[in-house]
Design a protein around this ligand. Sequence first.
Ligand code: FES
Length: 172
Amino acid sequence: MNQADLPALKSEQDQWDESALGRRKFLNIILWTVTGISALAVGAPAARFLIGNSFEARAGKWVKLGKLSELDPNAVNRVNYSMRALDAWREVQQTGALYAFSPDGGASYVVLDGACTHLGCIVQWRPERNHFACPCHAGYFTREGEVIEGPPPRPLRRLETKIEDDALWAKI
Ligand code: FES
């Protein structure tokens, strides 16, 4: 090796070190950018699921059950509903059934959510037996929604109601 070549070789080594440092910096920037985007992609929906939906669920949505003239005040009226709702971060079509009956001849109405409190099957009103029956695991409820027997742990959910424009509304 020639002595005169040494500074040139050192200079090449420095250049190589500098370019390696540049590549390392560049890869670090890419790595942190990808990590940040991934954290945002996972974290944002999770945060919305944990925080946002709890507020939305509490807010509820008013559903029109029908004109008072269309409801029978002496019977348990079933109304099926379908609406757009948020499930975690996805918008889905939510369907269900509500039951409305009047304890005072039509002056006011009690509205129950037809979703069984065991695993959510829709209960069926049986007028001849004066009770609700769940077809999934033989759960039974009174007309007021109290559990008679079976696996359901709680009464049927009683919904907030209002009468507006001669129609009955319930907050789901
Ligand atoms: S879902 Fe109604 S009893 Fe199980």
